[in-house]
Ligand binder design. Sequence first.
Ligand code: GDG
Length: 506
Amino acid sequence: MSWSQQRLEECIAERLDGATLVVVANREPYIHVFEDEEIRCMRPASGLTTALDPVMQACGGVWVGHGSGNADRVVVNENDRVNVPDEDPRYSLRRVWLTKKEEQGYYYGFSNEALWPLCHVVYKRPRFDTDDWLQYKSVNQKFADAVLEEVGDCPALVFIQDYHFALLPRMLKQVRPDLVVAHFWHIPWPNREVFRVCPWQEEILDGLLGNDLLSFHIQYHCNNFLHTIDRTLEARVDMEHFAVTRGGHTTIVRPNPISIDPEATASRLPMNLDHVERKLRKKWGLKDEKILVGVDRVDYTKGIPERLAAVDRLLTRHPEWKEKICFLQIGAPSRMHIPNYRQLNDDLHAQVDEINWRHGQGAWRPIVFLNEHHNAWQLATLYRIAAVGVVSSLHDGMNLVSKEFVAARTDRRGVLVLSKFTGAARELTDAVQINPYAVDEFAEALHVALSMPVEEQENRITRMQQQLAENNVYCWAGNLLSEASKLLQVPQSVEEQIAQAVEELV
Ligand code: GDG
């Protein structure tokens, strides 16, 4: 039976058996901001929140996250909580407040200038700064205190998200060894040779081994993690059962590929699609060109310059596409306090200008770069009207944009061009797969995608949609939370354990 929001709701409620579900993520799923004296509730552009909000809506519980909106403090109650979503509250959001210094050191500094480049291995050098590390530690403690306050003395399953909280599992277990702690690491885990340059590697690994369950998107990242432990810490690594035991406590390490709710993506498509398409084309200065689309946070791991270079090469090698195509890049600004990100943003504008100057003819420009946040229905529409969706990450844990593109193709048309260095490439094998570093090969793949016969498009999209229907986000959360919730069961007495062992034998 495949997983749905309803099945998840029923199954997890039963498995939790009264225990509280607490999600911890740096990013909050809803941000309150002032706009013209009014308060507006926004949804951030992030794969993690896209995936987890429907899960929390199904299961209820508490989401502990950093209160980052300028109106966030206005809408919380005296315990820093607000119920979300505004229009139909399903769960509680507990906001943790950070000073600018903490945000700089823990989020921009250690998380995004050290761990992010360290784990992605895209040839950006990680920056290890002692003050950042100290802030990272103290913010992990701040979140630990908030979680412990939320759970009180009650049984709870704490589901931690991502690389911002490597130390949190151990901090929680030190105070409440009975809590069940599961952690999903949304980005890749590099091999041991890469990881060992981190000056605080032992504390990070020890922190993660506070988890009962630690999960990555794919087996390859699990193996890298286990090998890293094996070579770094005093611990027993069991490669047969993918588990690590340290100080008498066992951490299970499992792959679990994240996904989306494909029906929800499709439901964002407007009813009057033709009309909306005409309006958007007019807004972006397009006539009837075939659209190639890219949607990303502006991040150096996403391979945006490589993709623009491939469009440039395509037009050089196949000038017949001139005036017949337009590459539309949505680039939501991201982490702009970090110099590398600001630089990338500026470089992209320069690169687009250069390519448009080289190939543009009359009013036609080959590339439109929309360097701003768009809402979810605009993205769905764009996925649906494009001829080709392009995802060219240099390295990506999963990549949800590729899955959203497939889900939005209710017409069963369109071609996905997908980097083989994404987790998604393991599942979406009917995409045209590319190495984004190989510009000629990439340009040819774009040509193949633009020229693909309709019947083949339909076959490929249909198979990928089947894949997505079975492996949706509820499947991800269902598998993960089911596995973790098994550990919530009251420990058996010795007699019960013997009785169960005998039963299993006969
Ligand atoms: C991390 C891992 C992993 C983008 N621009 C806008 C916007 N988005 C949405 C997309 C998509 C999400 O943001 C991006 O998801 P990704 O998966 O591509 O990437 P990361 O943010 O890097 O996420 C990644 C993910 O965690 C989940 O585990 O897949 O590998 O790096 O949903 O649609 N959304 C809106 N406006 C935009 O302008 N509304």
